[in-house]
Design a protein around this ligand. Structure first.
Ligand code: PMP
Length: 428
């Protein structure tokens, strides 16, 4: 019998959308099982409540002397402090509100110092692989163990010519395999070779505590919509110096401290040195407030509890899939590698998009199929060259042929046991 402690570990956090029912091709209806958290997680009820509580009092940020404008400004700046606390930032770090992880990494790409070379593993999500191309990228081979990742990085950094500024961009948890990367060790390697490191925490932050100081990373990026706060905000947090020295990401009001018309008809501008430098225009105060609300909710629930519950769900999925001989779970670091609640697999004799469509139509389960915006990684994992059908998709295979892409199931703090149990039954 489950003890009270077991039950509390296993209680999912209340999220929206659990009351959605969908029709089945076999007849009748079923409660929708969202098992695509890695794409976008449902909003926490708590986040929704906090947004609803603020929405009637919405006002412009940093723009007015009126009461509601000041309230919004306080909310926005408090959200910044909450996020800094959630990420355990250094006193001198800046927290910039962006639209998403993609936006955050593109912002940092614009702030690279002259001559900076960027090092990324080929295993990265396209959002972490592509923004640096203008600067010069060294794309590293997919490692087969966490130790090999560190060795590969050290070798690449030690051999770089000339020995100028360098940035390493690495994921904390893969959006394809869910595997955890050795971030602390990679950060130590980067720093030992005079490089800086940015952590793509899009898949890590919703599942594990992320401490900038403990991991000793220079920047962290994550997305609100994967952290149960789908209101259009993301975060870039970390060292202020490169951000302060860079041209603003967007030019406009809010980023500028002083603007004047020159005698020759030109325009002079003095930019802010704070995070506002990269937040031109009226910021998304609701989005920032929602992210902060999610940070508070996850912290209060406790990551120990959330991790224990998620590991319990991962075991259920792993054990269930292991009983189906046609299923191959994808992994870089080996079957027992620690991971978050993200698993991709191929099913012998099945086209992944047909498989995902069947899970939806026959069982009311929403998963993802394709190449997950990580073409080189999926290519390495499948040992084949997927012909791309689009940015994030693949052509799939004819019925009866194994796909050149994969199915991904992902879950988190709002997932009840019943959803993963239904998924396992459906796959069987
Ligand atoms: N990095 C990783 C590891 C991701 O999983 C994603 C989203 N799939 C991104 C970056 C990009 O996030 P967003 O689409 O929110 O910008």
């Amino acid at each position: 019998a489950a003890t009270a402690a077991d039950r509390s570990v296993r209680a999912p956090l209340p999220v929206l959308g659990r009351d959605v029912t969908v029709p089945l091709v076999t007849g009748g209806e079923v409660a929708y099982a969202a098992l695509d958290y890695a794409a976008s997680a449902p909003a926490l009820q708590r986040v929704w409540d906090d947004v609803a509580a603020y929405a009637p009092y919405y006002g412009s940020v940093h723009r007015g002397a009126g009461y509601l404008s000041q309230l919004s400004t306080d909310l926005f700046e408090n959200a910044r402090r909450t996020v800094a606390g959630f990420l355990d930032c250094r006193e001198t770090d800046q927290v910039v509100f962006t639209r998403s992880t993609t936006d955050s990494l593109n912002l940092l790409a614009r702030a690279l110092p002259a001559g900076c070379r960027v090092f990324v593993f080929e295993t990265e999500h396209h959002a972490a692989l592509l923004p640096w191309r203008h600067a010069g990228v060294t794309c590293l081979d997919a490692p087969r163990t966490p130790g090999q990742a560190v060795e590969t990085l050290e070798r690449a950094l030690a051999g770089r010519e000339p020995h100028g500024p360098a940035l390493v961009c690495v994921t904390g948890a893969s959006n394809v395999t869910g595997e955890l990367w050795p971030v602390r060790e990679l950060a130590a390697a980067a720093h030992a070779h005079g490089a800086r490191i940015v952590l793509d925490a899009a898949q890590l932050a919703p599942h594990h505590p992320v401490s900038v100081q403990d991991l000793d990373v220079d920047w962290v990026a994550f997305s609100g919509h994967k952290l149960y706060a789908p209101f259009g905000s993301g975060v870039l947090a970390g060292r202020a110096d490169w951000l302060r020295a860079a041209e603003p990401y967007l030019a406009g009001g809010g980023a500028s401290r002083r603007v004047a018309r020159r005698a020759d008809g030109g325009v002079d501008v003095e930019w802010h040195e704070s995070a506002a430098r990269h937040e031109a225009g009226s910021p998304n105060v609701i989005g920032a407030h929602a992210v902060a609300s999610a940070c508070r909710a996850l912290t209060e629930a406790g990551f120990d509890t959330l991790v224990a519950r998620e590991q319990h769900l991962i075991r259920k999925v792993r054990d269930g899939l292991a009983e189906v001989p046609e299923v191959r779970v994808l992994s870089l670091f080996g079957d027992d590698a620690p991971r978050v609640g993200v698993l991709s697999f191929v099913v012998e004799g099945w086209n992944s998009s047909h498989f995902a469509a069947a899970l939806s139509a026959e069982y009311g389960i929403g998963v993802r199929d394709g190449l997950f915006c990580a073409h080189p990684l999926v290519r390495t994992l499948l040992g084949s060259d997927p012909r791309t059908r689009g940015e994030c998709g693949a052509p799939g295979a004819a019925p009866g042929e194994t796909s050149l892409d994969a199915v991904r199931v992902s879950f988190g703090a709002g997932t009840p046991d019943e959803h993963v149990e239904r998924f396992v039954r459906a796959v069987r």
